[in-house]
Design a protein around this ligand. Structure first.
Ligand SMILES: *Cc1c(COP(=O)(O)O)cnc(C)c1O
Length: 443
């Protein structure tokens, strides 16, 4: 590949407009272009807040949310953003202001949503295979919209909790449609061998039981077949099976008004996503088509596709290191900060924040690794990167979803700070952890 081709390739993968793009700063002496988040250079953010640092773009979140919403047109629907993808309070507040409801999977996430926006309760759905009675009680007290129930035992536990509070719990059964989502096995959930949902064939009988139970109100059907699903067909197939079930359930006399089709819409980690609006439109067609005749209200639980491309993890190169002909870049971010590569072998595009004119910066093949004591601690392997020096900054792209949310304190590493950019302003939305924070819970 000629240096010119290489540079073109890098710039194309970087087109995550309006969030992240290269620009030549006015004071640039070396004709170097710099990666920006909206109107602020990532160099500037690294200086101000340090690294490793998560940086999110408000404009990208809004643009993706609005495109997702528009894709469903006038089909009655509510977007219940999946909190587990990125649960920072400021992100939740931003989404609430844009009209989102929320999908939570723990009482902790419920508390986050209520803290972010006290009026959101009526738009909260509670999912998850192991809700404890304490969690159910908290959700009933808050007055959430819907419980997605995943087993007969959970159904009776929920009824007991509702009886205790003299309330009625609105329920949908999460059915397992036995559809192959064709995604990574760890984030695939729609086959009978997975722990999730109720086999669709047993659903009718369990709905009958729910309808007979005091303090429970059958309100809908729910399905979620996995995450990072890039092929549209499995969605269409799952919803078609749900449509058949709704027909049966209505014949049995149940009032099914809500259909929760879960999340799972994938993003383009490896190549440039040229037109997400078009992608959303195809997804919307796939899930609405089988439901046209039913007069139902759709609940959508996107997580990754709203916030994934809206965030980067900014990291500094600590050391260049060569072992047996292999070039490593040891950076200050590690698997504890961004676990997806170690956990799923996930690919994240990695780019230098500063880019010299193409003929001054040859490419090299490198492994980008962190300081953690595990061979699985890598952010990228065998990457073609323009040669960078110690002290330079790299950006790990598409890290807005399941990045900070999955971060840990492994190796007693404090978790990174998070910054939310909007135009020319950058707000610290989570301060960097201190070692004293990590030690404070220990006796
Ligand atoms: C994780 C999850 C989602 C969100 O998945 P994404 O791939 O981030 O869109 C939605 N619903 C449920 C029940 C989930 O477990």
């Amino acid at each position: 590949m000629s240096p010119r081709d290489a540079a073109t390739k890098v710039s194309e993968t970087l087109d995550r407009f309006p969030g992240f793009y290269y620009r030549q700063p006015k004071d640039s002496r070396h004709r170097e272009s710099v990666l920006y988040c909206e109107n602020i250079s990532l160099n500037h953010l690294a200086k101000r807040f340090g690294t490793p640092l998560y940086v999110y773009s408000t404009a990208t979140i809004k643009a993706r949310l609005s495109a997702f919403d528009k894709a469903f047109g006038n089909f009655p629907h509510t977007i219940c953003y999946s909190v587990k993808a990125n649960s920072n309070l400021r992100i939740l507040r931003l989404l609430a202001r844009e009209g989102c409801g929320f999908d939570v999977v723990s009482v902790g996430e419920l508390e986050r949503v209520l803290r972010a926006d006290g009026r959101s309760a009526k738009k909260i759905v509670f999912s998850g295979v192991g809700k404890s009675p304490a969690e159910m009680l908290a959700a009933l007290k808050a007055g959430i919209l819907l419980f997605n129930v995943e087993s007969e035992s959970e159904l009776s536990a929920l009824a007991k909790c509702a009886a205790k509070l003299q309330k009625e719990a609105r329920v949908a059964l999460r059915v397992n449609p036995d559809v192959d989502a064709k995604t990574h096995p760890y984030i695939s959930t729609g086959l009978h061998k997975h722990k999730f949902g109720i086999p669709i064939a047993n659903a009718r009988q369990l709905y009958a039981q729910a309808a007979r139970t005091k303090h429970l109100k059958v309100a809908g059907v729910s399905v979620h077949i996995g995450s990072q699903i890039t092929d549209i067909d499995p969605f269409a197939e799952a919803v078609a099976r749900v449509a058949d079930l709704i027909e049966d359930l209505r014949a049995d006399g149940h009032a099914i008004s809500l259909v929760d089709v879960g999340g799972g819409v994938g993003i383009a980690y490896e190549q440039r996503e040229t037109d997400f609006s078009d992608h959303f439109a195809r997804y919307a067609r796939a899930v609405t088509e089988p439901l046209r005749e039913f007069k139902v209200h759709l609940l959508l639980e996107p997580g990754r596709t709203i916030v994934g491309p809206a965030g980067v993890l900014l990291t500094s190169v600590l050391y260049r290191k060569r072992n047996d002909g292999k070039q490593f870049l040891v950076v200050d971010a590690a698997m504890n900060d961004l676990m997806r590569p170690a956990l799923y072998g996930a690919y994240h595009e990695i780019v230098p924040v500063g880019r010299k004119p193409e003929n001054q910066q040859p490419e090299e093949v490198v492994d980008v690794v962190g300081p953690v004591c595990e061979s699985g601690d890598f952010l990228g392997r065998d990457r073609n990167l323009p040669a960078v020096e110690e002290g330079d900054l790299l950006a790990v792209l598409d890290a807005g979803a399941y990045g900070m949310a999955l971060a840990s304190n492994y190796n007693t590493r404090p978790r990174p700070a998070e910054v939310l950019v909007s135009g020319k302003s950058a707000k610290l939305i989570r301060r960097r952890e201190r070692i004293s924070d990590l030690l404070s819970a220990e006796l």
